[in-house]
Design a protein around this ligand. Structure first.
Ligand SMILES: C[S@@+](CC[C@H](N)C(=O)[O-])C[C@H]1O[C@@H](n2cnc3c(N)ncnc32)[C@H](O)[C@@H]1O
Ligand SMILES: Nc1nc2[nH]cc(C(=O)O)c2c(=O)[nH]1
Ligand code: SF4
Ligand SMILES: [Mg+2]
Length: 210
């Protein structure tokens, strides 16, 4: 298995229940809901993406020949110390590339493996922390996990229906873009109206971390 990695870097997790945690981010190239090209955005199944996941040219990116090579790269980015090792695997859509061999290679190096997925592909076994973020108009097959992170507002998604899915945490994250202020108000309104939903903000953007 070779892996196409857009970028990999050490930062703090900015989103969700684990926000504030030191983590190596491993961003896989490619997504099944958008090509990543601006000219395709309006027609894409997911059209609000805030991320460049095209190619392998980012910091810490590249093509990796196997799970051991990539896990060693993640370990080097973590640096000294074996305590509280955390890797967040994202993208793009990580389930296009993440296999059990890579999950195991990271766990053998002492990492807790967290994953951010759009839920349209089944989750790879062995993940320690699964975040699913549903996109309107797509079929979400992965309806269980640790946190469900709803980017809001999204026409065509009913939070009450999502509440029937099997997640430990229900999070609402304001849709970033030209109407961020209105998104924040809508997210606050959801959390105030339906108390199972907790507001999460993209803290890395506030403090200027990648
Ligand atoms: C770039 S995605 C990559 C992982 C996966 N493809 C997914 O969509 O969950 C990482 C996280 O950012 C969220 N996200 C993407 N664009 C966003 C935006 N404009 N505002 C708020 N969150 C956004 C996604 O919903 C997801 O939770
Ligand atoms: N700091 C930081 N936290 C994040 N949490 C989820 C992210 C993502 O792009 O998947 C992300 C990201 O890009 N940066
Ligand atoms: S599914 Fe995730 S990576 Fe793909 S376009 Fe949407 S937010 Fe971006
Ligand atoms: Mg991001």
């Amino acid at each position: 298995m070779t892996y196409a990695v857009k970028e990999a870097f050490l930062t703090l997790q900015g989103e969700g229940v684990q926000a504030g945690s030191r983590a190596v981010f491993l961003r896989f190239a490619g997504c099944n809901l958008w090509s990543g090209r601006e000219q395709d955005r309006a027609m894409a199944q997911c059209n609000f993406c805030d991320t460049d996941f095209v190619g392998t040219d980012g910091p810490g990116g590249g093509k990796f020949a196997g799970a051991e090579e990539l896990a060693a790269h993640v370990e080097a980015l973590w640096g000294e110390g074996t305590e509280a090792r955390l890797v967040v695997i994202t993208g793009g859509e990580p389930m296009l590339q993440l296999d059990e061999g890579l999950v195991e290679a990271l766990r053998e190096r002492g990492f807790r493996v967290a994953v951010e997925s759009n839920g349209t592909l089944p989750a790879t076994p062995g993940i320690d922390w699964l975040c699913v973020s549903p996109k309107a108009g797509t079929v979400v097959v992965q309806r269980s996990g640790d946190e469900l992170k709803l980017v809001w507002p999204q026409k065509g998604i009913d939070p009450a229906e999502l509440e029937t899915w099997e997640f430990d945490h229900f999070l609402v994250q304001p849709l970033d873009g030209p109407n961020l202020k209105a998104s924040i108000d809508a997210a606050i309104d959801l959390a105030m109206t339906r108390p199972r939903w907790h507001l999460t903000l993209q803290a890395h953007k506030v403090v200027g971390l990648p």
